[in-house]
Design a protein around this ligand. Structure first.
Ligand code: ADP
Ligand code: AMP
Length: 215
């Protein structure tokens, strides 16, 4: 099962990705998590990506596409994978299609988690993420069981630097300009499905399970 999660920042992609990856035993590949890990390890890629991420801008395609190609060429992706935060531009989507066609593979489902803009702000400013495994929490809607510690691995949870109000605005504009066109792109490829992301986390997951059960 090869799945792409689509939706604006804060839609719940990371939250649902953890649940889907667990349920269907496919690796969760988040380009945002990959960049953040590179930033904390101070790699060359991390240093390059940081400037764009802190401003709420996209990391350039030429730094992003090869990372994903290398990752999905690994053995653990043979039976499927779940992309979260990639593709984010039409150019990235075309590069992914070309890569998969050459391997005689294809995307089975591009799943849009639909959340209107006005609901996003609260979600992002209250978000906390695990510094180690990237799990996503919310101070009100999905708090950790022990304050400040990840439920999954016990590591500290922190606020993302790019979850400030100003940067969130920029990221939503970037989404509208550069990423939202992918909804039509995947509709034209006849793989688009969508779920109502305004419901509570478990109900969104139930809907996703039903959608994925049909493909
Ligand atoms: P994305 O990966 O799409 O940017 P996240 O999964 O990190 O989004 O979710 C953004 C924030 O919203 C997090 O704080 C998360 O705990 C919270 N959240 C996710 N799904 C829901 C939901 N269905 N209802 C309320 N809050 C949610
Ligand atoms: P995310 O964790 O998905 O919210 O991504 C955080 C930030 O990482 C984004 O705002 C971008 O700066 C960068 N990023 C993640 N994925 C991509 C991508 N596919 N293309 C370009 N930039 C990305």
């Amino acid at each position: 099962m090869k799945i792409i999660l689509l939706g604006p920042p804060g839609a719940g992609k990371g939250t649902q990705a953890k649940l889907i990856s667990n349920e269907f035993s496919i690796p969760h590949i988040s380009t945002g998590d990959i960049f953040r890990a590179n930033i904390s390890e101070k790699t060359e890629l991390g240093m390059k990506a940081k400037g764009y991420m802190d401003k709420g801008l996209l990391v350039p395609d030429e730094l992003t596409i090869d990372i994903v190609k290398d990752r999905i060429a690994k053995d653990d992706c043979k039976n499927g994978f779940l992309l979260d935060g990639f593709p984010r531009t039409v150019h990235q989507a075309e590069a992914l299609d070309e890569f998969l066609v050459n391997r005689k593979e294809k995307i089975d489902c591009a799943l849009l988690i639909d959340v209107p803009r006005e609901k996003i702000f609260n979600r992002m400013t209250g978000r906390r993420i695990c510094t180690k495994c990237g799990a996503s929490y919310h101070i009100k809607y999905n708090p950790t069981k022990v304050e400040g510690k990840c439920d999954l691995c016990g590591s500290p949870v922190v606020q993302r630097k790019d979850d400030s109000e100003e940067t969130v605005k920029e990221r939503l504009d970037v989404y509208d300009r550069q990423t939202e066109p992918l909804v039509v792109y995947y509709k034209n490829e006849a793989v688009l499905k969508s779920v109502d992301g305004t419901q509570d986390i478990n109900k969104v997951f139930e809907d996703i399970r039903n959608v994925l059960g049909e493909i």
